[in-house]
Design a binder for this molecule. Structure first.
Ligand code: SF4
Length: 213
């Protein structure tokens, strides 16, 4: 990437991390997926019970593979052959995890996390339960403010996820949110994490790459 563009991105990430810190969350800026995995290993201990929210970024960065290495007690929602009730059980057990890994739909430069869920299991665990929440995000998730975060979900994250999940919702035809009322709608719980009361709980690792939706 051109060094002047890189300067702009670096400053944006630094601003975002400074504001996450002001909101009592921890931010880290890394250049590669490998560096992100090293940071993850620093933040958790072998033997920890770990769980994940639905996220393409966790696959792309190798986090899922790391959690499956056998070093951790992984509550694996993606394990082949799980029935819907077993998946639901994983979701519920995740509240007791030592660490919960997730992507995020957007991070504002003001240091807020914005997420929209279909069933609420991911945002619920981000809000309360797991001892630690470790957010892995590409630089493309940073937006100016909450208005831009809302727009990002409507115009990028939600339609792309609908296509990925083969949903027959109107956004898969238009490429942007039509605020549908269909049963198959995947946008139901809208959350903003503005601050934390426990400074050690949320850790946001921002990778200098375009990752996820
Ligand atoms: S509300 Fe409906 S149309 Fe809008 S992004 Fe979600 S699923 Fe698509």
């Amino acid at each position: 990437m051109d060094k002047n563009t890189m300067f702009v991105i670096d400053e944006r990430v630094k601003r975002t991390i400074a504001n996450l810190e002001k909101n009592d969350m921890n931010g880290y800026y890394v250049q590669t997926e490998e560096e992100a995995l090293e940071k993850v290993k620093e933040l958790i201990s072998e033997g920890d019970t770990v769980s994940v929210g639905g996220s393409m970024t966790l696959f792309e960065t190798g986090v899922i593979e790391l959690l499956r290495s056998g070093k951790y007690q992984f509550l694996d929602r993606y394990k082949e052959g799980l029935s819907p009730s077993e998946i639901k059980e994983v979701f519920r057990k995740s509240f007791f995890a030592d660490a919960y890994f997730t992507g995020t739909n957007a991070i504002t430069e003001n240091g807020e996390l914005y997420n929209v869920d279909g069933t609420g299991n991911r945002v619920a665990a981000m809000l309360y339960g797991p001892e630690k929440v470790i957010v892995i995000a590409g630089r493309n998730k940073i937006v100016k403010d909450l208005d831009q975060a809302i727009l990002r979900v409507k115009e990028t994250a939600a339609p792309a996820n609908n296509v990925r999940l083969n949903k027959n919702n109107p956004c898969t035809k238009t490429g942007y949110c039509m605020d549908c009322k269909q049963e198959s709608r995947i946008c139901n719980e809208y959350t903003v994490i503005k601050r934390q009361s426990d400074k050690n709980r949320i850790h946001v690792i921002i990778i200098n790459k375009e990752l996820g939706y």
